[in-house]
Design a protein around this ligand. Structure first.
Ligand SMILES: [Zn+2]
Ligand SMILES: [Zn+2]
Length: 136
């Protein structure tokens, strides 16, 4: 059991019920549950390696939690980033190379830029040029 992971979310695990992040699942990197393939539920999400992964139900959430290192490979990162150019390099963003920060999904041109962003998102967020708007 990793307490690093556990401390990043709250979950009544014996019931399989997820308790939502303050900002819901709208900045999750995925729109389909990585376990079942069904549509995600806004209240069922956790942070893993800097990404917010959302699930369709508490059961899938629990399953993911039991082996995130393996199951993260099943996550399809299809959430739409707010930007189209990399905030670090200015190049076009790469599909699937995204990070969740606050209420937004930020895209990057590659893993190196994503890591740089994640090292200090509060400072780097100012470089993000938002080209797509979130739905109201
Ligand atoms: Zn499920
Ligand atoms: Zn980049």
């Amino acid at each position: 059991m990793s307490y690093r992971i556990i401390s990043s979310f709250l979950c009544v695990s014996f019931l399989g019920i997820c308790i939502p992040f303050a900002d819901g699942a709208d900045s999750a990197v995925n729109t389909k549950c990585p376990i079942s393939g069904k549509a995600i539920k806004a209240k069922c999400a956790m942070k893993y390696e800097g990404e917010k992964i959302a699930f369709c139900c508490g059961k899938c959430f629990k399953k993911f939690k039991s082996d995130p290192a393996t199951l993260v490979a099943k996550v399809v990162r299809d959430a739409v980033p707010v930007n189209t150019t990399c905030p670090m390099s200015g190049r076009d963003i790469k599909a699937g190379c995204v990070a969740a920060y606050k209420e937004e999904t930020i895209g990057f041109c590659g893993g190196g830029c994503k890591k740089k962003f994640e090292a200090d998102p509060a400072a780097m967020i100012g470089k993000v040029v938002r080209t797509s708007k979130k739905q109201d």
